[in-house]
Design a protein around this ligand. Structure first.
Ligand SMILES: [Zn+2]
Length: 549
């Protein structure tokens, strides 16, 4: 019986952690403890082969271990559908970087579950069986807990049973999220069939009589709050802050705090509230192809086997730069293409690695301005080093973007413009909650508010003075990353029923009244207002940065 008790107790660890972190009403919490306690106990007593039952319960062990590690990383929330999709899209290098830095949680999980599995194996080998009496006790205890838990759930909870079971009851909620992830994964795999015949049929309202080069730079995990130009006190933008020809967009919120969801939404014309339509439409590369551009998608991130690749691979030239994965390699690849390319209409999409964890590895040593910046474990005692490394990565982004612009400036007689927008922000142990990273199921100000800016060449300014003037006027426009597609289309002065000009940051008639939406873990559009489930501290962060919800 000892093994079965250990088994149930180990599975209850994440349940108890979630009871502490999720702040559910009392009766919901009681139901969410009693139902799994009863369920696991009944499961352990299904046969008298207790060793086998532990191994048969391995999926529960896996989910529990995953949950414990994520609770350590994010401080709250269950394993989200996005986490499973992240497993599909995160490359081994990124996973190793992350795991190496959250080793206290990984070691803790191993200390709990490996001895349990070892003990179960010895029980199997020695044919240790659960005694009949002990098994009966477990069945009765399990059934009582389970039934009482269900009664509390039905009678005591003021939220709907479906809602509690789907969103709060561990591990049912995680299994549900796995189902959501599988369904999304299928849609991603079928994209080439579902979007096969899609066409934008764009018309160019006007085009330059000279060569045109437009650049979209997709930033990575770059929160506005750590940019000197967006009000941060540290000198993270020594080069860009000296330029007088930039237009900052200071009020841009991401549609999703995960890369695999945010970047496709940036590349696509679909509105946040039409997420299903994402799988039926092509993206910016296809739009520019149709308009006669030679398109380049150059990425410093590995192919993900996800929607990013589906949309990016329409580009006529797709290149993934190799190690050491520094963003300046994107500039080198762009310079090379500019030298060799004969076309007079070119679009570059540069997908940077920006400030993706582990920050320390995102910049060459000469950019280590803020020290110490060692590559250390994610623990609160290392906050200073982690923040230093993050700020250095922003400083490197500053250099990288300045080099992108310098490259475009060197092009003689060419109409060029660049738009930069980060895919999402990042938590860096801010405020009292001390959360870290991005992609958590509940959002924060620092994950939502992204850095965004544009640059226009003198020739472009001459041709499209009204667009540049409008961009300057839109510096506080309440936008989301939904605007990325429409801003790029407007940059090249395109029209199509799918191009929403009132979402373009280059349009004097940008719709300031449009509601902003955010995609939740189940891809539902949640209105970005005071009811998004943020507390007063987060609200204060928004207000401090001039963002009204
Ligand atoms: Zn990202």
């Amino acid at each position: 019986m000892q093994l079965s008790v250990m088994f149930v107790a180990s599975l209850m660890i994440p349940v108890l952690i979630l009871t502490y972190t999720e702040h559910n009403p009392l009766w919901t919490s009681i139901a969410c403890v009693m139902i799994p306690l009863g369920g696991y106990t009944l499961f352990a007593a299904l046969t008298c082969h207790s060793g086998w039952m532990v191994w048969l319960g391995f999926p529960f062990i896996f989910l529990s271990a995953f949950q414990i590690v994520l609770s350590y990383l994010f401080g709250n929330s269950v394993v989200a559908a996005d986490m499973f999709l992240n497993l599909r899209t995160t490359n081994p290098g990124e996973a190793t970087e992350l795991l190496a830095n959250i080793y206290p949680a990984v070691i803790g999980v191993m200390l709990v579950y490996i001895p349990l599995l070892w003990l179960a194996t010895t029980h199997i080998r020695r044919r240790v069986l659960l005694r009949c009496q002990a098994r009966m006790k477990m069945v009765v205890t399990g059934a009582v807990c389970f039934i009482l838990g269900c009664l509390v759930l039905v009678c005591g909870c003021n939220r709907s049973v479906k809602h509690v079971v789907r969103d709060e009851l561990f591990p049912v909620n995680v299994i549900y999220n796995m189902g959501v992830a599988l369904s999304e994964s299928n849609k991603i795999s079928n994209f080439h069939t579902t979007a096969k015949n899609f066409k934008y049929n764009p018309q160019r309202h006007s085009s330059a009589q000279c060569r045109e080069v437009y650049v979209l730079v997709i930033g990575e995990a770059s929160r506005a709050a750590s940019w000197q130009m967006f009000g941060y006190e540290r000198e993270t933008n020594p080069l860009l802050s000296k330029r007088e020809d930039l237009v900052l967009f200071k009020n841009v919120i991401t549609q999703s705090n995960t890369t695999h969801k945010s970047v496709p939404m940036m590349l696509s014309s679909v509105h946040t509230s039409q997420h299903r339509e994402l799988y039926h439409r092509k993206g910016i590369p296809a739009l520019f192809n149709e308009a006669g551009f030679t398109t380049y998608f150059i990425s410093n991130q590995s192919p993900q086997g996800a929607m990013i690749d589906n949309l990016a691979h329409d580009a006529l030239h797709v290149e993934y730069v190799g190690p050491p994965h520094l963003d300046m390699q994107l500039v080198e690849a762009m310079r090379k293409a500019l030298k060799e390319e004969k076309s007079d209409k070119i679009l570059f999409i540069l997908h940077s690695y920006g400030s993706h964890f582990s920050y320390h590895q995102r910049y060459p040593r000469e950019f280590a301005r803020f020290v110490p910046d060692d590559d250390v474990a994610v623990t609160r005692k290392n906050i200073e080093m982690i923040r230093n490394a993050y700020d250095n990565s922003i400083r490197y982004t500053d250099y990288f973007l300045n080099e992108v612009i310098s490259t475009l400036e060197e092009l003689d007689g060419v109409s060029t413009a660049m738009y930069y927008c980060a895919d999402h922000g990042e938590d860096l142990f801010d405020g009292t909650k001390k959360r870290f990273l991005h992609a958590s199921p509940t959002v924060t100000y620092h994950q939502l508010h992204v850095a965004s800016l544009a640059w226009f060449s003198p020739i472009y300014k001459g041709l499209y003075a009204h667009k540049v003037e409008a961009a300057r006027g839109n510096t506080m426009a309440p936008a989301t990353t939904y605007s990325v597609f429409h801003t790029m289309a407007d940059m090249a002065d395109m029209r199509s029923p799918y191009i929403m000009r009132d979402a373009s940051l280059l349009n004097p008639y940008f719709d300031y009244g449009a509601a902003r939406y955010y995609l939740d873990d189940h891809n539902r559009a949640v209105k970005l207002d005071r009811n998004i489930g943020i507390d007063s501290e987060e609200r204060k962060f928004f207000i401090e940065h001039g963002i009204e919800l």
